[in-house]
Design a protein. Sequence first.
Length: 506
Amino acid sequence: MPVYQQKLRSRLQDKYQRISEGMSNHGDSTRKANQDFHFIFLLPFRELNLIQKNLSLVDLLNHLHTETKEFNSADYDDYKVMFIFDGLDECRLHLDFENNRHLSDVTESASVDVLLTNLIKGNLLPSALLWITSRPAAANQIPPECVHQVTEVRGFNDPQKEEYFRKRINDPSLADRIVTHIRSSRSLFIMCHIPVFCWISAAVLERMMGKAESAEIPKTLTQMFTHFLIFQTKLKTQKYDRKYEIDPRQARKTILSLGKLAFEQLEKGNLIFYEEDLKESGIDVREVSVYSGVCTQIFREEFGLQLGKVFSFVHLSVQEFIAALFKLLSFSEQNTGLLKGEVDKALQSENGHWDLFLRFLLGLSLESNQTLLQGLLRKTVSSFDINQETAEYIKQKIRENRSPEKSINLFHCLNELNDCSLEQEVQTYVSRTGARRLSGIKLSAAQCLSSCGITQEGCAALISALRSNPSHLTELNLNYNKPGDSGVKLLSALLEDPHCKLQKLQ
């Protein structure tokens, strides 16, 4: 998650309770560093979205932080102030930096979007510091000239992934088995850089592998999320209804309603929802506790806002999965054209907005996954022939597509379809494109090559590609591969090459 900072300084003040709660884990060093700031104002976009009336910057701060009402407008020029705008990706305001009117008086009233654009441009309180958090897809809403430094908050690295499971799972033997299983699936291991996905995987695998259940252990993202959904609905039934069987009609009604909300808001790019959004999707706000209850760890209601309630799924990936399930359930007939259309839609998205949704949709089209959801599905909505046609269509798009990022997601799609020719397709792609097409991928070498099952033949192909087009790689992680003695010798020879820029090889 990139963090945009204007006139960046690393010191924060532990001033208001809402801020200090988020900073409390940083300890004494943070508190000492924060002493250079007099005021830190947290302005979440999920609250700013709800303000409809015109008001001045002073009134806005008084509205959200009642402690400031005793200050005069001139006081803000005399103090060191930081504004934290949290969740730019949740913003529903039209931030028109080019056409919004100029505003420099903190007592002059305007709409919230005008106040924000002038604050970010430095017209209002030019001495103030700004810290804006955002998901990558929404970061381009801020003009580059208004951004003085960009930092990135990264997820778990490979050792941290293992550490999470070993701390989360009390049984060391079970933790070892779970880590081994996660590492055996490339797509699962990559996704574990997201802490929430580690939590989902731990919840599913601890239950399935710890109780010797006969069901197949999840190997794909779709299988993992499917089991998570089933477990959560069962958990609610056992906890609240004292039953051990899910009521199919109630579960289907709930999932369809949440799925409609998830899909419609995903189309709009919304990650949080308000009461009017729920009403538009046919959800009775008075019964919203039913939805957060049926899916206790999937859909949540937040009461902390001063201006109203806000709702969200526990993570964007959960919203994408529920949206894909709704899309599948809405298919009126077996039609491969529908799946091909979703492939095209994902390829046309410039920021990868539909990539994970597509992987889930294709995974859910498998009969094996639909069998797991037989309590929700009245009938199978796809077939082997349709999946085969879709897989061939994806392979065609891989051959036609020039974007390495898009091609990699299409390979993930083939994996979700359990396509037997996946390994052959990857080898064909690499031999055809070499490092030339892969050099633009914004992934670290560790992310790309660790746990890929590279043999000595694959190692030879990798080195050949690197030598044919010298890359800027300085670090290469080949842990959990099988290059063999000959592969190791080739790697050693590569390091001796004067054109090789590798500094660290694992």
